[in-house]
Design a binder for this molecule. Structure first.
Ligand SMILES: [Zn+2]
Length: 290
């Protein structure tokens, strides 16, 4: 089956990079689609212009899942991303065949997502690349996050599974980030996504301003804090809370305290993980040189 994606293309009068902005890779995460549509209407009414480079928007990357308000139809679109001749009747493989040519062509990617729990926006960046970190710091979220690939590299059976939009995109030399804009279906999340697009368009338009970025911390996850016994979080931890070695992260059903292994940040705390899944991750602030 051939999937056709809705795309919108705008070119500036001056030469520059090609920016690709995409939404709804996960169908129930709607902020990207909403924010992209808002910016497209501003561009059509000429409230906003693209002075330099080229921008392509794909508001909805997984149309069927978006229609049904689901994360995906047959499998997570953000895994094992690559084109295939035989799509085996898997809807998302058909979507990848439609999406990959756009990922192949552009220089800079902004992939807009949201998450289920409360919390503030943050950005996944790849292995340290100063240009990518600089771009991420322009987008408006206070925290940048990476390190998951290293943390799981030992027990990854299929490296292909770890390839989502950004990993696929970086293979052809581009810079790419995933922005988690806030909680699903909140107006503030749509607004954060909108602001990120505006900031990405500014990044494209004004290369001389790129060096003046806010010093948002880059947090690298270095350790998994795994739930081995059941229990509950010791407090209402928030993503990126600063923690000290020995802080009680969680308490097992038998009353045993699960302690923080070192000073740093608590990343993506989960109040209800299954046994063998993380209560959260210990993150360390990485020094970055731009
Ligand atoms: Zn997502």
């Amino acid at each position: 089956m051939t999937v056709r994606l809705e795309t919108h293309d705008f070119r500036g009068s001056e030469e520059g990079e090609h920016l690709l902005i995409i939404g709804a890779v996960h169908g129930h995460e709607r902020c990207g689609a909403t924010a992209i549509r808002r910016v497209i209407s501003e561009l059509h009414s000429q409230q906003r212009i693209i002075p330099r480079g080229r921008v392509t928007f794909i508001p909805v990357c997984n149309p069927k899942a978006f229609e049904q308000g689901k994360r995906f139809i047959d499998r997570n679109l953000n895994r094992a991303m690559r084109p295939r001749e035989d799509t085996q009747g898997v809807y998302e493989y058909d979507v990848m065949n439609a999406l990959c040519p756009f990922l192949d062509k552009a220089d800079i990617l902004l992939d807009l997502h949201s998450f289920s729990g409360p919390g503030e926006a943050f950005i996944f960046v790849g292995p340290e690349c100063s240009e990518e970190i600089q771009y991420a710091r322009c987008l408006g979220a206070r925290f940048l996050l990476n390190g998951f690939a290293d943390l799981y590299s030992e027990d990854t059976v299929d490296a292909d599974e770890g390839v989502g939009t950004t990993e696929y995109f970086r293979k052809s030399g581009g810079i790419a980030v995933t922005m988690e804009c806030g909680q699903n279906d909140k107006e503030t999340t749509d607004e954060t996504a909108y602001q990120a697009i505006v900031n990405a368009l500014d990044y494209l338009a004004y290369p001389d301003k790129r060096a003046k970025v806010p010093d948002h911390p880059l947090i690298k996850v270095v350790e998994r804090i795994i739930n081995t016994t059941g229990g509950k979080l010791a407090r209402d931890w928030q993503n990126f809370d600063e923690v000290k070695k020995g802080d009680v992260i969680a308490i097992s059903d038998e009353g045993k305290e699960i302690l923080c292994p070192a000073d740093g940040y608590l990343v993506m705390p989960d109040p209800n993980p299954a046994i063998g899944i993380e209560w959260g991750y210990l993150g360390k602030r990485k020094k970055t040189e731009l």
